[in-house]
Design a protein around this ligand. Structure first.
Ligand SMILES: [Zn+2]
Ligand SMILES: [Zn+2]
Length: 313
């Protein structure tokens, strides 16, 4: 018997990505891009925990692992079974993948076990601790090795991969996560850079969401609140072979135009253009929407964000 996954999916959050079995999903998230936490749950139990933090200069991985395992001991309640830990397990052998300083560890409490690794990235100086959990007595080592080696702890080429519940998209590194809704029917990730923003939305069960409305009518109703204060034009077109609605607009109020003028005089960008692309991905029965509010200098960004979003496979 093997516990190796067949189908996999990517989960990406705050610059960390990991490839996991398809039916594992985000169970908990915390923190921001400087220090964060991510828990990924399998159908039966929490299966992966990722912790990361940014600290300039070298970090003692030995101490990081030591305090991580001590913390875990402290969280035990009196009647909980004893946790047995082992360090320097050589889980990854010589495969370090650009990780300066790396230590692997294992623990078991009689019911659960975990294989983990901690390292500081030679490229971005982020420190990451990743542990893969499983029931005690079942093989875990191969799976843990595979998952830990699939972890990337920093964005590639200035683009951060955000991936959860099957939605996979990329956003420029300068844009920071500003809000998220992770609901069964609607995923909504918003990012901000001063006055500019990117929002990526996905509705499941497109037919139910649309009801008897055509795409344009639905888009106008759905986007009305978001586009308040903008003079917009709607256009029907095709994207990725799907019916789509493109919206472009500029601020309707005098105030925003004055602000744009002032900021441009100060050579600062100002989000004075709204661009929305909303499309119906029929094969996946989903509706996708990318809304960007960008400066004149970044008018090519909206199309690039749409191009990088994984629509259907
Ligand atoms: Zn890194
Ligand atoms: Zn599609």
């Amino acid at each position: 018997m093997t516990d190796k996954p067949t189908k996999t999916t990517v989960i990406g959050w705050q610059g960390c990505t990991i490839t996991v079995p398809e039916d594992w999903t985000i169970g908990a998230i915390g923190g921001d891009h400087t220090e964060g936490y991510l828990r990924i749950d399998g159908p039966d139990m929490p299966r992966v925990e990722v912790k990361f933090f940014e600290r300039k200069g070298p970090v003692s991985i030995e101490e990081v692992v030591g305090s991580y395992l001590r913390e875990m001991q402290k969280k035990r309640r009196r009647r909980d079974p004893e946790v047995k830990t082992k360090r320097d397990t050589r889980l990854l052998g010589r495969r370090r993948g650009g990780r300066a300083q790396l230590e692997t560890f294992h623990w078991t409490d009689g019911e659960r076990q975990a294989h983990g690794a901690a390292w500081q990235c030679a490229h971005c100086e982020r420190t990451a601790i990743v542990q893969v959990l499983g029931p005690e007595g079942k093989p875990l080592e191969d799976l843990a090795r595979e998952l830990i080696l699939s972890v990337s702890d920093h964005p590639q080429d200035g683009w951060v991969t955000w991936a959860t519940y099957g939605l996979q998209c990329e956003v420029p590194e300068e844009f920071r996560l500003d809000g998220q809704k992770l609901m069964a029917g609607l995923l909504d990730l918003s990012f901000k850079l001063e006055t500019e923003s990117i929002s990526i939305m996905r509705w499941g069960m497109a037919d139910v969401a649309l009801g008897d409305k055509d795409l344009k009518t639905w888009a106008q109703k759905e986007l009305a609140g978001r586009l308040k204060g903008w003079d917009c034009t709607y256009e029907e077109l095709e994207f990725n072979g799907h019916p789509a609605i493109a919206v472009s607009g500029e601020p309707s109020g005098m105030q925003a135009r004055v602000r744009r003028f002032v900021l441009h005089c100060m050579r600062k960008p100002y989000g004075s253009n709204v661009r929305v692309l909303l499309w119906h991905c029929q094969p996946d029965k989903k509706l996708f929407c990318v809304q960007c509010i960008v400066d004149d200098s970044r008018l090519e960004l909206p199309a690039e964000v749409c191009r990088r979003l994984v629509c259907h496979t």
